[in-house]
Design a protein around this ligand. Structure first.
Ligand code: URA
Length: 434
C-alpha cells in the first residue's frame, strides 16, 4: 500500500477499506506517513465525507493506537459520560455521584478545558489537593470503592487522535461531523466502559450551533457505539443559555454541591435527569423513566449522592473540608456587578458571550499552556426568563485584577437583553437518540 494511492482514492470519492484505514493510522503513528500527506487525506475526507463504515474503521484504528482500558476487574456495570462542551456545564459533577450511588460505576477520563467551554478536570482541581493524574490501579481502586472516578486523559489513550486532532486544528479541519465523531468515540471506546451516554450540546455556546449539525454528530456517535457493541445513547440538549447560575471553576463546584443538596435549577435538573434516566434504562436498573427519575430524586433527597461525591473527592486526595465549608474554596478578590439598564424580563443571556466573559475574568484557557485562575468566574443573579428591575444587579464577575474584571463585565453586559414580555420557556432536551 502507498499513502499516495490512498489519498488519490479518497480524492476520487471512493470508499476506503478497513485495512487501508488501519494502514494510514499505523503509518502516521510510526512516522512513515508525513503530516502533509495526512493533511491532504483529511482534507479529502472533509470534502467527500467518510461513510459510516469508514468512520467506524477510523475510530477503531485511533482507539487501538494506544492503551485500551480493561475494566473487567471492576464489578458491575460501567458507564462513561461525555459532553461536547458548554458554558457552566457542571452536569458530570452532579450526575456521576447520583449514578454511582445507584450502583452504576461511572468511569470518566476528561480533557482540560480550552476556550470558553470549561473542563471538568479544571473545576475539580479548584479543590485543594485533588489529584487527577491517576495510575491505572488507582483508577480501578477508586472506581471500585467510590463508584465513580474522574481522571485526566492518560497520554496513551487514543494517541493517534491526539496527533490527528492537533493537525486538524491547524489545517481548518476540525468542523467535520465524521472526524469529530470518530475523535470523540475513539477515546470513549478506549475507556473500557459498557455503556456510553453522550450529551450533545446545541446552541450558540456549543460547538454545534445548529440542531441539524448536532443531530448528525449524535447519530454518527451512536452508530459508532453500536458498531463497537457498546450500549450508546445521545441526548441533544440546549446550550443557548449557560447551565445554572455559575460559570468558572470553584464557583461551579459550589453550585454542583448545592444541586447535590437538592437545590437544582430547573435547566440543570432537566439535563441531569434526562441523562441519568437513559443510563438507568440502559443498565436495566429501572423499568421506565418515571421509576428512574424517582430513584434519582431519592438519592439526592437522602444526601446519599452528596456523600458519594465527598467520598470520591477524599479518595482522589481532595480537601473535603472545602466541600463542607465552601467559603474555603478559591474566590478571586475583585467583585464587579453589572446592572439592568431597564426593567422587564431577561430574553437573552448569550451563552457564547458569558463564556467569553468568564475567559476574560481568568476562568478559562486561551491556549493549551495558559494558567487558570480557579477563583475567577461569573455568577448570574438573573438568567433567561427572570424578571429584572432597572438598576438592580444582573450578575457578578470575580477576577484577580480590576482590568480583567472590567473586560469581563463589558462582555457580560452585552450578553444580556431585556424585553417587556416574558420570553417562552426553553426546551432543554431537544432529542434523544439510541
Ligand atoms: N472534541 C474532540 O475530542 N474531538 C473533536 O474533533 C472535537 C471536539
Amino acid at each position: 500500500m502507498r499513502m499516495f494511492d490512498l489519498i488519490e482514492k479518497k480524492k476520487q470519492n471512493l470508499v476506503l477499506t478497513d485495512a487501508e484505514i488501519q494502514y494510514i493510522i499505523a503509518g502516521y503513528m510510526s512516522g512513515e506517513i508525513e503530516d502533509y500527506q495526512m493533511s491532504a487525506f483529511l482534507m479529502a475526507c472533509w470534502f467527500h465525507k467518510l461513510t459510516g463504515e469508514e468512520c467506524f474503521a477510523l475510530t477503531r484504528a485511533m482507539a487501538t493506537s494506544g492503551d485500551m482500558m480493561d475494566l473487567r476487574e471492576v464489578a458491575g456495570l460501567k458507564a462513561d459520560k461525555h459532553s461536547t462542551g458548554g458554558v457552566g456545564d457542571k452536569i458530570t459533577l452532579i450526575l456521576l455521584p447520583i449514578m454511582a450511588s445507584l450502583g452504576i460505576k461511572m468511569a470518566k477520563s476528561s480533557g482540560k478545558g480550552l476556550g470558553y467551554t470549561g473542563g471538568t478536570i479544571d473545576k475539580l482541581q479548584s479543590i485543594g489537593g485533588l489529584e487527577v493524574q491517576l495510575s491505572r490501579q488507582q483508577f480501578i481502586d477508586i472506581l471500585n470503592e467510590a463508584g465513580m472516578v474522574i481522571s485526566s486523559q492518560s497520554a496513551n489513550i487514543a494517541p493517534a487522535d491526539k496527533k490527528i486532532y492537533a493537525l486538524r486544528d491547524v489545517t481548518a479541519l476540525v468542523d467535520d461531523s465524521a472526524l469529530i465523531a470518530s475523535s470523540i468515540m475513539s477515546k470513549k471506546l478506549a475507556s473500557g466502559a459498557d455503556m456510553i451516554v453522550l450529551d450533545v450540546k446545541c446552541g450558540n455556546g456549543a460547538f454545534m450551533k445548529e440542531f441539524d449539525a448536532a443531530k448528525s454528530l449524535a447519530q454518527l456517535m451512536v452508530q459508532i457505539g453500536k458498531d463497537a457493541k457498546k450500549q450508546t445513547v445521545a441526548v441533544i440538549t440546549d446550550m443557548n443559555v449557560p447551565l445554572g447560575r455559575a460559570v468558572g471553576n470553584a464557583i461551579e463546584i459550589k453550585e454542583a454541591l448545592s444541586c447535590l443538596k437538592g437545590n437544582m435549577p430547573s435547566d440543570i435538573k432537566e439535563v441531569v435527569f434526562a441523562l441519568g434516566i437513559q443510563i438507568l434504562l440502559m443498565g436495566r436498573k429501572a423499568e421506565n423513566a418515571n421509576e428512574a427519575a424517582k430513584m434519582m430524586t431519592e438519592e439526592v433527597e437522602s444526601l446519599r449522592a452528596y456523600n458519594r461525591f465527598c467520598t470520591f473527592v477524599a479518595m482522589q486526595g481532595g480537601d473535603v473540608s472545602q466541600l463542607e465549608d465552601t467559603s474555603r474554596l478559591p474566590k478571586s478578590a475583585i467583585e464587579k456587578h453589572i446592572f439592568a439598564q431597564e426593567s422587564g424580563y431577561v430574553s437573552v443571556c448569550d451563552c457564547g458571550l458569558v463564556g467569553k466573559a468568564a475567559l476574560a475574568a481568568g476562568a478559562g484557557r486561551e491556549k493549551k499552556e495558559s494558567d487558570i485562575d480557579y477563583g475567577a468566574g461569573i455568577y448570574l443573579e438573573k438568567t433567561y426568563g427572570d424578571a429584572v428591575q432597572k438598576g438592580k444587579s444582573l450578575a457578578v464577575v470575580y477576577a484577580s485584577t480590576e482590568a480583567k474584571a472590567e473586560e469581563a463585565a463589558t462582555l457580560l453586559q452585552k450578553s444580556f437583553q431585556i424585553s417587556k414580555q416574558e420570553p417562552p420557556k426553553r426546551k432543554m432536551i431537544k432529542e434523544i437518540l439510541n
